[in-house]
Design a protein around this ligand. Sequence first.
Ligand SMILES: [Zn+2]
Length: 346
Amino acid sequence: MIDPTTDATGLLTQIARGVVALSAHSDRGGPTPPPYPQETQSALDQLVLWALRENRTPPAGVPDLVFLCTGRTLAQWAAMGIGGIAEPTQCLVHKVARAPTRACMEITGQAEFADRLFASAVAELDVADVVRARSFLQSNVMMSNTGHLDLMNHDPRSITVAKAVRHLYEPVPTRLISAGEIALCPTCRLPALSAELPEHGTIWCEAEVCPRDKPVTDSPRAADVLLLHRALRLFLVLPGLVEQSCLERLRDAGTPLSQLATGTYAGRLDGTDGVVRFYDRTCATLLAGQVVRDRVTVAVVPANTLDYGFRRAFENSLPDDTEISLLSDEELVLRNNTKEKADAQR
Ligand SMILES: [Zn+2]
């Protein structure tokens, strides 16, 4: 059914949802379509309707829609009047992985979904166990089929945590399995696709930006492991890398951040108390929206994502009356160390 309220801005979200639904259907081992998942069919219908209205050639079917999503960047969609995200390199489907990109996952609101998924999993736990559960998920993108037993042997106090998070792990989808194994990226530790010879590195990983020439050294048998939910891999584990490294560097420098709530920290920057949270995102526009919703005043992202274009898009997307700093992890460490030196000289 066609939703008459869909405008061209919402249309990109609908298309992205269609792509994610199709991928999730196949990851769950669903029968080869057609029929397509309802969200995928609806995305196609909406785009066809839009194309007819705009006197453009409509996609011929879902395979054609996926083909368009693999080749057309967000900026190209925006230039056609769809989506309004001027990101010049990101597409909705990754051409190597043939799966939704990180940008596509961000557009469909999977970051907020990951927050809700985690919050509901730990709702019954006390504060110390919530911290333990978050840290467990961040350091275990996979769990062995007997993972809860491993965890209990490793730390018997963790049984409550293990029970709470066990359902967040799922069987490894076929698209990530090669010769019965799942390759892990040697840099980000997220699922990867190995080059023909693992010693030649990877051709793709979920972080999308890691070096490709490092040999794959870890590839467990897919049947022996369960994989953390994709939304949590991208929006809890991935930012966890920059978070942990930054916290360690600040601790080593003698200027540790203190935890405010799970995942947010109190920091003092340029004489002002701030609420700090770590992110790792591809779409600055969408990040700006989430930072406002999170009531964070200092958003920290990995240095390699924070170029001039990202910063400008982020700042342009903030509401007028907000004072939010966007810093790279390096800038955060540097500013804290500078402050420490200034305090010491006083
Ligand atoms: Zn990687």
